[in-house]
Design a protein around this ligand. Sequence first.
Ligand code: GTP
Ligand code: MG
Length: 196
Amino acid sequence: MIVRKAEFFKSSSKLSECAKPGLPEFAFIGRSNVGKSSLINMLCNNNKLAKTSASPGKTKLINHFKINDQWFVVDLPGYGYAKTSKTQKAEFESLIIDYCSKRDSLVCLFILIDSRLPLQQIDAEFLQWCGEEEIPFSIIFTKTDKNSKTELQKNIKKIEEKLFLIFDELPNCFISSAEKHIGKEEILSFIQGFLK
Ligand code: GTP
Ligand code: MG
């Protein structure tokens, strides 16, 4: 798929503020700073579309971007950012939980996981919750440019072993780098497969 048009549509601080479900939505979630906004920008060929930051906690709202007048990319706040206040953490959590489990037009949730780290407890818990809630999801390993190929393969294998403790079958996984534009074609053609 070629992204020829990508435009900001709306930011919402809770599910009820989101526009009425309509076009199919593909949302990006994961720990704070894992690279959600950067990946969205890479997929959309526009580094200014979603706001990115070197410090965690940048994305605080549900951000809808309309793509090719046909579908939505949704940039969500990250989970598990330790420095957020308790109240804000609870707000983010309920926003994430509400959006992911109740948004009728959500076609696939992309759960981003840092390819350099062991599977974090909070990722394992979120993945398990998605499984229990039967939320359709795929995993995207991020920042793969930061490791050698051997290290990357080793670490992904370890993550996959942990995934087998949660799921009977390995979930659908993609490898990506926003920096090196890796994974773009694969992710976009996966999305294309859902569009009429
Ligand atoms: P929050 O909105 O705060 O939850 O973060 P986020 O998950 O949207 O992360 P964001 O895209 O803002 O990126 C966080 C940091 O990681 C930034 O400094 C990015 O430049 C960096 N980053 C993101 N993707 C990649 C990647 O593929 N490779 C490298 N080397 N750095 C990346
Ligand atoms: Mg972000």
